[in-house]
Write a protein that binds this ligand. Sequence first.
Ligand code: GLV
Ligand code: MG
Length: 327
Amino acid sequence: MSFTVVEPCTPRLNRSELAVPGSSPNLFEKAARSAADVVFLDLEDAVAPDRKAEARANIIRALHDVDWGDKVLSVRINGLDTHYMYRDVIDVIEQGGERLDLIMIPKVGTAADIYAVDMLVTQAEAAVGRTKRIGLEAIIETALGMANIDAIAAASKRLESLHFGVADYAASTRARTTMIGGPHPDYGVLGFPDEAGKRDYVLGDVWHYAVARMVVAARAHGLRPVDGPFGDFSDPDGFKAAAHRAAVLGCEGKWAIHPSQIALANEVMGPPEVEVERSRNILAAMAEAEREGRGAVSLDGRLIDYASIRQAEALVAKADQIAAKGT
Ligand code: GLV
Ligand code: MG
């Protein structure tokens, strides 16, 4: 192991993250009662410019009045290039009470963007004597943000997660897309001809690099990598396929832009039962080896390495969190 220790951020269940427009307060109660692990109330792209102030007021009211239960609650502020952003941070912290857990920063381009928000949050928290420290979520959704992703991931002790915002990322990189977060018919591999001369055409994952890059940056800094939206909410199979790809690469969760996507994200992002079972067996074997004073841990006749033990600990901790939540 390196002498540099990667400190994990505040552990939270983040399998599903439900997006709720701040301008639609009629959706807040339903979001609070949903099975989403995290809810983010949006002040950014789901809210029209002439409704920003109203959305901010709705959110501040809901932070006090809605019973959010055990939800991790986040507010997506506007970008640092707008004139809404400072007031988003200040008003939500000064008037929103203690309930808020996280602030989500869109279109992060440089580490200085995170630094600037951290500075504002720190001042506002101190000014109101807030006791619960607000964490930060950063959306990587521009070419600049992706180019600076390692510095962004290291920019603040408040950071908890990186999110891949595929819709804006496609716009920023000028990628050709047909559907938010989905495949593209032109992004495929044409195989070799078989005996009859037929060639299979297999679609590739357009977003592979971006998601994998985000996972590496997030994990290298103890943050949760979270995959962003899948636009077609009438396509649950497409959503699940995208979520499975992200989970295989190491993501902890995926956005839900519609309530129907919450259960799908929770199902895919929860650890598979067989893996939890095996992890519990690994930990039991480790405890037994410790009791017997043996250095080497083995299971089913095979030696278990330390990486597997650490992975088993993380998986079991997550399974226990899910069990405690009951969904
Ligand atoms: C999310 O904000 C996205 O742009 O995909
Ligand atoms: Mg976006």
